[in-house]
Design a protein around this ligand. Structure first.
Ligand code: NAD
Length: 370
């Protein structure tokens, strides 16, 4: 029997509530698919500050570094907001991303038919939308130098940031995106601004080179401004989108909001070799988490929607453990739960009765068992 080590960092606010439901689903999948999941809990974020004076201890970082995957809830909250930025709960996320070298951020945006009215777009534009944005996470203009603000001789100021990508950086994110496209609709849209920025001209060149190793994937290119428009005009044309850090930051939020429901959106961040060599856990590190925060306004009320975290488990099974069938089962169970009209408060329409976080978790489990 295969056994995987998963570090579970529930975090703050609604973190422990949504994580409890996600862990139930993962345990059930382990039983059903004869796979062992050894789960090790760690403190992360505000709860770690309360206990140890810092958002991420070396012990917990070690746990994450030695795990086959990390599952994270959310961190932060008003209690820690007045603290210095350098020791705030959110620093734990940055440290994890850096230490695990998570260079590929995956953000799926899928429309669930029963929730189409949650989006601000028309149903006929949305039906069937299923986009995956692959964003480069550790390079580009957010990290390039020189950077900073300086005062010039005449007293005016100059602000500088620099867009930098090297061929190995582009190569590995492109490979990650092609691998993901192979697991999906085999269509990859690379986003750049090659008409204006030389660095993204290089981006296009390298992506085309990598495409020679993936003859089964259709590769297309689009300028970022056009992509921003096309995502709203006709999002169905996209399967996998790959782009640099800043463009990806913006486009992944735009794509996510097509669905209109923050409690439904999962994400994955893949590190080092994993994404290159067939997305297999033996080769790399990965962290899976919902895109939403710790929702302090509803923490402890039982109103949180656990679906984004449960979908993060599905992504973990798909991308770290190659358990495609199990991932499909979870996603299908969630669709059936929604089809039956079950809703947590955030996705309940007018006049619809909302169920609790635990009830939603139980409903997904019941569908999985059915
Ligand atoms: P948020 O995502 O926590 O909440 C925004 C709104 O969405 C709130 O009204 C909240 O109730 C609702 N919401 C979020 N997740 C939900 C869920 N699963 N079910 C139902 N409703 C949900 O964003 P925020 O309020 O801007 O931030 C709160 C805290 O979370 C801050 O401390 C912020 O720094 C932190 N944060 C953490 C992460 C992370 O851990 N990855 C991400 C974003 C924000």
């Amino acid at each position: 029997m295969k056994n995987y080590n998963v570090t579970v960092l529930a975090g703050d606010g609604i973190g422990p509530e949504i994580m409890a439901e996600a862990v139930k689903v993962l345990s059930y999948i382990g039983e059903k698919h004869d796979t062992g999941f050894t789960l090790t809990d760690g403190l992360c974020g505000g709860v770690s500050i309360d206990e140890h004076g810092k958002p991420l201890t070396d012990e917990v970082l070690d746990l994450a570094l030695n795990a086959d995957a990390v599952l994270l809830g959310a961190v932060g909250g008003p209690k820690w907001e007045a603290m210095d930025y350098s020791i705030r709960p959110e620093r734990a996320l940055l440290a994890l991303r850096k230490e695990l070298a998570l260079f590929a951020n995956l953000r799926p945006a899928k429309i669930y038919k029963p929730l189409m009215n949650a989006s601000s777009l028309k149903p006929e534009v949305l039906e069937g939308v299923d986009v995956m944005v692959v964003r480069e996470l550790t390079g580009g203009i957010y990290f390039g130098g020189p950077r900073g603000v300086e005062t010039l001789a005449d007293g005016t100021k100059k602000g500088t940031n620099t867009l930098v990508y090297t061929t190995p950086e582009i190569d590995r994110i492109a490979r990650a995106a092609f691998e993901i496209a192979m697991k999906r609709g085999r269509k990859l849209m690379s986003i750049d601004k090659a008409n204006v920025l030389e660095c993204t001209e290089l981006w296009r060149e390298v992506v085309i080179e990598v495409s020679n190793d993936y003859p089964d994937v259709e590769l297309l290119h689009m300028y970022v401004d056009n992509c921003a428009m096309q995502l709203i005009r006709d999002p169905r044309q996209f399967d996998v989108i790959v782009t640099g850090n800043m463009f990806g930051d913006i486009l992944s939020d735009e794509a996510a909001m097509l669905t209109g429901s923050i409690g439904m959106l999962a994400s994955a961040s893949l590190g080092a070799k994993g994404a290159i060599e067939g997305l297999n856990h033996e080769n790399g590190r990965a962290m899976y988490e919902p895109i939403h925060g710790s929702a302090p306004d509803i923490a402890g009320t039982g109103k949180a929607n656990p679906i984004a975290t449960i979908l993060s488990v599905a992504m973990m099974l798909r991308y770290s453990f190659d358990m495609t069938e199990a991932a499909d089962e979870i996603e299908a169970a969630i669709e059936r739960v929604l089809d039956k009209g079950l809703r947590t408060a955030d996705i309940a329409g007018e006049g619809e009765t909302a169920i609790s976080c635990t009830e939603m978790g139980e409903a997904v489990l019941a569908e999985l068992r059915a």
